[in-house]
Design a protein around this ligand. Structure first.
Ligand code: G3P
Ligand code: MG
Length: 233
């Protein structure tokens, strides 16, 4: 089972910062997960929330700010003063600085009311510029279709958070060729994992916080889990 350092090693360092990713690498991570969004001026940055403020000292929606504005924010102090001055990284910085043998799960985030601009295009461009193992996931399945249309060879992970009647039929009918499903732990069963494997699809599950869950998912032969710390694995 592969352990994705979720937003980096986010229990020990401010999420989605280079410090959190480097800490994951030092701890022996084989895979990391990060969230990306498009800035007002078309840069791709790494941050989870649509609104600034929780993980930095900014205000308002991320999408309304230029990269230059965002690059001035402190993305570390909210977590611990020891991380003061950590920046919101660009996706391309993470792709360049994290060793190329580490799998990066790039989760695409876009506010629902926002027009679909060129998030998929920009991310695919960056993936092509920095060859390495990647897995692109999103709760927004239109974005996955956009990625697929641009490059069919990029592995896709279908994120969801509900007890879908038949996720595999849904994916097929939507015209999505998925490498993996990424369900929330609440909706995982041995039967789901078995069916996925019968179809040649992997199952990566978020977000795991307890050692008992790790053990159970291992028994069920899950392919991957998203964790905020390696202390539970
Ligand atoms: O990709 C797994 C997980 O990150 C999905 O949820 O909200 O933490 O991005 P979220
Ligand atoms: Mg995420």
């Amino acid at each position: 089972m592969i352990y994705f350092a979720h937003r980096g090693l986010s229990e020990h360092a401010p999420e989605n910062t280079m410090a959190a990713f480097q800490m994951a690498v030092q701890a022996g991570a084989k895979a990391i997960e990060l969230d990306v969004q498009r800035t007002k001026d078309g840069e791709i940055v790494v941050m989870h929330d649509f609104y600034l403020g929780r993980t930095n000292n900014g205000q308002g929606l991320l999408k309304d700010h230029s990269y230059q504005e965002l690059s001035r924010l402190d993305a570390g102090s909210w977590f611990d003063p020891a991380f003061a001055g950590e920046k919101m990284p660009l996706l391309k910085e993470v792709m360049a600085q994290i060793p190329a043998d580490i799998l990066i799960n790039i989760e695409l985030k876009k506010p629902a009311i926002e027009e679909n601009q060129d998030l998929a295009e920009k991310v695919v461009e960056i993936i092509h510029q920095y060859p390495r193992p990647v897995l692109v996931s999103s709760f927004d399945h239109y974005l996955l279709k956009n990625v697929q249309a641009l490059d069919q060879s990029i592995p896709l992970g279908l994120l969801y958070c509900s007890n879908l009647i038949d996720v595999f039929q849904y994916a097929e009918q939507s015209g999505l060729k998925i490498a993996a499903i990424h369900p929330s732990i609440e909706y995982v069963s041995p039967a789901l994992i078995q069916r996925a494997h019968d179809l040649g699809i992997q199952v990566n599950i978020y977000t795991i916080r307890r050692p008992e869950e790790v053990k159970l998912l291992e028994q069920w032969q899950a392919d991957g889990i998203f964790v905020n710390t390696f202390a539970i694995v």
